[in-house]
Ligand binder design. Structure first.
Ligand SMILES: [Zn+2]
Length: 410
């Protein structure tokens, strides 16, 4: 098995190296934005959107043109990588895996990637056209380096090296333990064994402080030192929010993947959910404000990252992530298989109109998700057969939420 992993370190560049990094990041951002503008314009005019083979040819042309010949400064290989990333972003967009790519902003998207030409020595990394840069080597790099990404966050430069390492096929220590997970707003995740992960509203929690800084920023004069200070504060807060969220997600996914060799999730297309709530001019989305609130929570809680982490951590440990069609998982009775929208009395309570079975609604859904993942049956397509393979259900009083047994393990 090939293990892909990334190690991230903080760079300690000289003033000259910082300048070069800022320039290269700027060139790469420019290339992304210029190519993206052309692709977006073609899309809006319903013309053919050119793909990598073609857009890669734009780069040498831009380097020749007088107004864009500053692009010669940056290493070509990094800009080719940027165009490849843009091409992949369009593939994801066309494949409905992600939303439309976006323009990159200064100080927010400062990065570039080398696919080759870099090397390491003790606590120094060699970056083409920059030279040897010192970094804080906090751990050993294991495996064959594949590429190096240099990026800036809240004023500091970092680099991440992606490696490939050949490993023996791992065997999961809890390979027979399977769990279904229902993703939600009130509860971030409800596991079919009754465990609950509380939502981590890292964004919401900091929303007031964020609003305060933004208001104060709006009052500051452009170009003033006070404004710069506020911009800096804002970047720091954004970083704190993102770090807290990532930390929470890592703890949660480590805990789940260690304990369960098989994890079943619903295939919820986050990008699509955001899109449908906005609606179109002809057909404005219903409950737009309510739904965009919901979407904010979805994005806030990082469902996408959660799923990604579960996927790669399970593959490291020899487990398996199963993604199922979400159809009827929240409306089907786990006890008798009856499917009805009326089963869902409220957001939290499930009472079957056919057999009277009562359960916490998220828990009922999580159990259905597990059943579908284990039997391969779509919910409601053959409910009696699907249900018979289930363990006997533990009775739960309606409205009594499962006790959170979440124990961070790292
Ligand atoms: Zn029932």
């Amino acid at each position: 098995m090939i293990l892909r992993k990334a190690y991230k370190f903080r760079l300690v560049p000289t003033a000259q190296q910082r300048l070069a990094m800022a320039q290269f990041a700027g060139c790469n951002r420019f290339v992304w934005n210029k190519a993206f503008a052309q692709m977006k314009a073609a899309l809006e005019k319903k013309e053919k959107v050119e793909r990598y083979n073609c857009i890669a040819k734009w780069l040498p042309e831009w380097k020749e043109q007088e107004d864009t010949n500053f692009l010669r400064l940056a290493p070509s290989q990094t800009m080719q990588q940027t165009l490849k990333d843009l091409d992949r972003a369009f593939s994801d967009f066309f494949g409905k895996k992600k939303g439309m790519p976006k323009f990159k902003k200064k100080d927010k998207h400062d990065s570039f990637r080398y696919p080759q030409g870099f090397k390491f020595e003790a606590n120094k990394v060699f970056l083409p056209k920059i030279g040897w840069v010192t970094f804080r080597r906090s751990r050993k790099i294991k495996g064959t380096p594949k590429n190096v990404t240099v990026s800036k966050r809240a004023g500091e430069w970092y680099f991440a090296v992606q490696v490939e390492d050949e490993l023996e096929e791992p065997k999961h220590q809890n390979k027979d333990s399977a769990v279904g997970i229902d993703m939600g707003i009130a509860q971030f995740a409800t596991l079919s064994n009754g465990n609950i992960l509380e939502p981590h509203h890292s964004y919401r929690r900091n929303e007031q402080e964020l609003a305060k800084i933004q208001r104060s920023l709006a009052r500051k004069k452009k170009g003033s030192n006070n404004r710069k200070k506020q911009v800096w504060k804002l970047a720091k807060l954004h970083k704190r929010i993102a770090d807290a969220r990532l930390d929470y997600l890592h703890k949660a996914t480590t805990w789940i993947t260690k304990n369960h060799g098989k994890v079943v999730l619903e295939d919820l297309k986050v990008a699509n959910m955001s899109k449908s709530a906005k609606g179109t001019v002809e057909n404005p989305g219903r409950n737009v404000s309510a739904k965009s609130g919901l979407n904010k929570s979805i994005l806030d809680q990082g469902w996408y990252m959660f799923r990604r982490q579960l996927g790669y951590k399970l593959s490291w440990l020899g487990g398996e992530l199963i993604v199922i069609n979400p159809k009827n998982t929240s409306r089907r009775c786990q006890s008798c298989g009856h499917v009805s929208a009326d089963n869902r009395k409220t957001q939290a309570i499930f009472v079957c109109v056919s057999c009277g079975h009562k359960d916490h609604a998220d828990l009922n859904a999580a159990k259905n998700i597990l059943t579908v993942g284990q039997t391969g049956l779509a919910c409601g397509s053959n409910p009696s057969k699907g249900a018979s393979k289930q363990e006997p259900l533990r009775k739960r009083k309606v409205g009594q939420p499962a006790i959170s047994e979440y124990q961070p393990s790292m």
